[in-house]
Ligand binder design. Structure first.
Ligand code: PMP
Length: 416
C-alpha cells in the first residue's frame, strides 16, 4: 500500500514557526502527533468524511476537526442555511431572529433546557456556567474531576501549567472520576461553600482510556448536589449530540441544572450554547457575559439546520452504529496480528490503545502508519465518528488498518 509524504506541509510549518508561537498552537499543534513526519499539518480542502492536505494526500478523517464536523465537511444543507443568512446579515447591530428560533429549537429538543444562551467557544460557556452557579448560591468553590478538560481559562487548566498561578485554583476542588465516596467526603468538608460541580458525561482524559460512569454514579451525584444545593453542570461540549439528541444526560438518565454544548452544534460554524433549568433563568439574566461575535447569525442558522438534520436522521444512533461496525472489525484484525486493541468510551467517540505495549510507542507508530496510508488517527486523544462516514470509508479504513498492523509487525518484530 502506498504511503504518503508531506513536503508542502513541512515547508509551510517552517514558515509558520517563524511568525507564530510554536508554529501551530493549541490542540492542532503537531507536538502529540508521533512520529510527526507521518502527519499532515495543513488542509487544502474537505468534503464528507474526507480531507485533502496541501500535498494532495487524501484522508478519511477520524478526528473530525476534534469534534465539530458531525454531518460531513461542507454539508450542503448546513452551508446553504449559513449562506442564506450571510446574504441577509451576520454581525449586525441588533440580533437576527434566527437566534430566537435556535433557542426555541434547543428548548424543545433538550428535556433539561428551559432557556438557551449563545457564545463562541466551549470554554466561554463552561466559565459562564460556574459564574452562574456562584451567583445562584453565593458560594465560591467548584468541584471538578482530575484529568477533566473544560477549556483554557486559568482555573480550568491542570495545576502546574505555564501561566497558571496557584491562586487560580484556590476555589477548585479536584476529585477522582467515579469515586463517589471521595466526592461525598469533599462535599461534606466544603459543602457550605460548594457552588457547582462540573463534569463531562463520561471521563475523557488525554493519553488514557475513557471511563464510563459507574452504575448509579450519576444518580448519586445528582442526589448529592440536590441535597447540598450545588449546581450540577454538565460539560457536553465534546460528547453532545454524539450520544443523544436530548443531551448526554438523557443517555445516562439524569438531570443537570446547566448543560454546555459546542462542537457538534453547527458542523464547524463557531457557536457554543449554554442551556439550563427554569430555576436558573433569572440568575443567568443578571450575570453579565458577552462577546464581539456572540450574536453572529451565520453560525446560528448553521446550528439550526444542522440540528434539524441530525434529529431527522437520528444522528447519534448512526454514529454509534458506524463506530461499532468499524471498531469491532478493527479489534478482530488486531487479534490476527497478536495485538490487543482496547477500545474505551462510546463507539461514536472512541479512545483506542494497543495494550501489548504500555509505553504507547507501538500504538503511536500504528496510528501514524494508518495516517500515512490515509486513515487519520491520533494516539493521544479520543477519535470522532460522523454521520458522513460511509460503508466505503469503513471498508477502506479496515484495509489500511490491516496494512498498518503488517508495517508495525515489521518495525517492532517479536518485541510485543
Ligand atoms: N470541554 C470539553 C470536554 C472539551 O473537549 C473542550 C474542547 N476540547 C472544551 C471544554 C473547551 O472548548 P473550546 O476549546 O471550544 O473552548
Amino acid at each position: 500500500m502506498q504511503t504518503y509524504s508531506y513536503p508542502e506541509s513541512q515547508a509551510l510549518f517552517q514558515r509558520a514557526s517563524r511568525v507564530m508561537p510554536c508554529g501551530i498552537y493549541g490542540h492542532f499543534s503537531p507536538a502529540p502527533l508521533i512520529p510527526p513526519e507521518h502527519y499532515p499539518f495543513f488542509t487544502a480542502k474537505a468534503k464528507g468524511a474526507r480531507f485533502f492536505d496541501i500535498d494532495g494526500n487524501e484522508f478519511i478523517d477520524y478526528m473530525c476537526g476534534y469534534g465539530p464536523m458531525v454531518t460531513g465537511y461542507n454539508n450542503p444543507e448546513v452551508d446553504a442555511a449559513a449562506l442564506d443568512q450571510l446574504k441577509r446579515g451576520n454581525c449586525t447591530t441588533s440580533a437576527a431572529p434566527v437566534m430566537v428560533e435556535l433557542a426555541e429549537y434547543l428548548v424543545d429538543l433538550i428535556p433539561a433546557a428551559d432557556w438557551a444562551f449563545f457564545a463562541k467557544n466551549g470554554g466561554d460557556i463552561t466559565n459562564y456556567a460556574t459564574m452562574i452557579a456562584r451567583d445562584a448560591t453565593g458560594r465560591s468553590k467548584i468541584v471538578m474531576f482530575k484529568g477533566g478538560y473544560h477549556g483554557v481559562a486559568a482555573w480550568m487548566q491542570a495545576p502546574g501549567h505555564h501561566g497558571v498561578m496557584d491562586q487560580d485554583h484556590e476555589n477548585i476542588l479536584r476529585v477522582d472520576w467515579n469515586d463517589f465516596a471521595g466526592l461525598e467526603a469533599v462535599v461534606d468538608r466544603h459543602g457550605d461553600d460548594v457552588a457547582g460541580l462540573i463534569a463531562t458525561p463520561y471521563h475523557v482524559p488525554t493519553f488514557a482510556d475513557s471511563e464510563m460512569p459507574a452504575e448509579g454514579f450519576w444518580n448519586n451525584v445528582e442526589s448529592l448536589c440536590r441535597k447540598h444545593g450545588i449546581v450540577l453542570i454538565i460539560d457536553d461540549i465534546r460528547h453532545g449530540f454524539r450520544l443523544d439528541m436530548g443531551g448526554s444526560c438523557e443517555y445516562f438518565g439524569f438531570k443537570p441544572d446547566l448543560i454546555c454544548f459546542c462542537k457538534a452544534l453547527a458542523n464547524g460554524y463557531p457557536i457554543s450554547a449554554l442551556v439550563g433549568s427554569a430555576a436558573l433563568k433569572d440568575v443567568t439574566a443578571r450575570v453579565f457575559y458577552t462577546g464581539s461575535y456572540w450574536f453572529s447569525a451565520v453560525p446560528m442558522a448553521a446550528a439550526l439546520a444542522n440540528l434539524k438534520r441530525m434529529k431527522a436522521m437520528d444522528a447519534p444512533r448512526i454514529m454509534l452504529e458506524t463506530g461499532d461496525k468499524l471498531l469491532t472489525a478493527m479489534v478482530d484484525i488486531a487479534k490476527t496480528y497478536g495485538f490487543d486493541l482496547k477500545v474505551t468510551g462510546a463507539p461514536s467517540m472512541p479512545y483506542l490503545r494497543i495494550t501489548n505495549d504500555p509505553s504507547l510507542m507501538l500504538h503511536q507508530q500504528w496510528c501514524a502508519e494508518c495516517t500515512r496510508r490515509g486513515a487519520y488517527f491520533t494516539s493521544h486523544h479520543n477519535w470522532f465518528v460522523s454521520t458522513a462516514h460511509t460503508d466505503d470509508d469503513i471498508r477502506r479504513t479496515l484495509d489500511i488498518v490491516d496494512d498498518a498492523f503488517k508495517a508495525v509487525k515489521k518495525i517492532f518484530g517479536d518485541r510485543f
